[in-house]
Ligand binder design. Structure first.
Ligand code: NAD
Ligand code: ZN
Ligand code: ZN
Length: 346
């Protein structure tokens, strides 16, 4: 089969032919319908050789939707042809965090060498992919595969972040979304569907700000050195009760801290690597800063239910598997509005 692989440190990903996978005991083979392109993959492909955490070559793709093509020995509860979304942050399934459905925070994945598809294990940017356990599959039940695939990460990750801050997003509150790309443009819609907060979006390009407005941001502000003052002004000087930074670089975390209200949550989702100092005098009183990772299995069901209710509509741009390297180039250049989705069997 054909697969998109990151093969050599620093090189662009390539479409290559690899052996067809076969499901072992307990595994499920999916024929991949759609695979989402995440900015995290670009970060991975920029990491240096020293300390690089995965084996190469690596088949990319940690957002996947497909149909069940074959069941490994002992797998029950699924049938060939079922349309399913992949829950990506695989855990062991038996530790205390996994028991709560929080496989993203599995206590044993590290020790057991369990890695997510596309981030260590072979991913979804291939004609077929192996899923290690049927519990990592959620039926999409009539949802469109292309519109649904980004929800497994670009939906689930902001959903988890926003859900934690719901008690603070009461009527009259303000939420700030920094970076309105794949994750951010879904975050705006989730905030509108789940809260009465006023949503202020920040990005660096007019195209992205236009998309932010289209998907429901009340205000869209250019992300520059004046952005924090603008947000303060828009909130009568008080700042925002929740700030979600989908970039995570020095200037954006600085802005995030500068627009936080007293007792606000600042959530750094972007993996740009910048930190925000916490300590007396650094931030308004009682601001909480956190950096979460992905979301729980239960939350993925909730996100798909929100989509079924018509509350989120992901803006997608589709590419064939042969065009997948181009999709990454365009994402790197800031030229994807919404989420790029690869159709490996399209
Ligand atoms: P994306 O490229 O689709 O979106 C990023 C957006 O940020 C773009 O619209 C870009 O124009 C904007 N941006 C860049 N610099 C900016 C600045 N200084 N101010 C404001 N906006 C700016 O990327 P994505 O796939 O949505 O991913 C967003 C981030 O989240 C990435 O860092 C990614 O690695 C990370 N991520 C984290 C998790 C997690 O679990 N923590 C999960 C998925 C993605
Ligand atoms: Zn991702
Ligand atoms: Zn576990």
């Amino acid at each position: 089969m054909k697969a998109l692989q990151y093969r050599e440190i620093g090189a662009a990903p390539e479409v290559v032919t690899v052996p067809d996978p076969e499901p072992g005991p307990g595994q499920v083979l999916l024929k991949v319908t759609a695979a989402g392109v995440c900015h995290s993959d670009i970060a991975v492909m920029e990491w240096p050789a020293e300390g690089f955490p995965y084996e190469l070559p690596l088949t990319l793709g940690h957002e996947g939707v497909g149909t069940v093509a074959a069941l490994g020995a002992g797998v029950t509860g699924l049938a060939e042809g079922d349309a399913v979304a992949v829950y990506g942050p695989w855990g062991c399934g038996t530790c205390a965090k996994c028991a709560e459905g929080k496989e993203n925070y599995c206590l044993r994945a590290g020790d057991l060498g369990i890695l997510p598809p596309g981030l260590g294990a072979p991913g979804s940017m291939a004609e077929y992919m192996l899923v290690d356990d049927p519990r990592h599959l959620v039926p999409i039940d009539g949802l469109d595969p292309v519109a649904t695939v980004p929800l497994t990460d670009a939906g689930l990750t902001p959903y988890h972040a926003i859900k934690r801050s719901l008690p603070k997003l009461v009527p009259g509150s303000t939420a700030v979304v920094i970076g309105t790309g794949g994750l951010g443009h879904v975050a705006i819609q989730l905030l509108r569907a789940m809260t009465a907060a006023r949503v202020i979006a920040l990005d660096v390009s007019e195209d992205k700000l236009a998309l932010a407005r289209t998907v429901g941001a009340h205000e869209a502000v250019l992300s520059d050195a004046q952005a924090a003052a603008k947000v303060r002004e828009l909130t009568g000087g008080l700042g925002a009760q929740a700030v979600f930074d989908f970039v995570g670089v020095e200037p954006t975390v600085k802005t995030a801290g500068a627009v936080a209200a007293v007792e606000a949550d600042v959530t750094i989702v972007g993996i740009g690597g910048a930190g925000l100092p916490v300590g007396f005098g650094h931030l308004p009183f009682e601001v909480s800063v956190s950096a979460p990772y992905w979301g729980s299995r239960g939350e993925l069901f909730e996100v798909l239910d929100l989509a079924r209710a018509g509350a989120v509509s992901v803006h997608t741009e589709t590419f064939s598997l042969d065009e997948a390297p181009l999709a990454y180039e365009r994402l790197h250049a800031g030229k994807i509005n919404g989420r790029a989705v690869i159709l490996p069997n399209g």
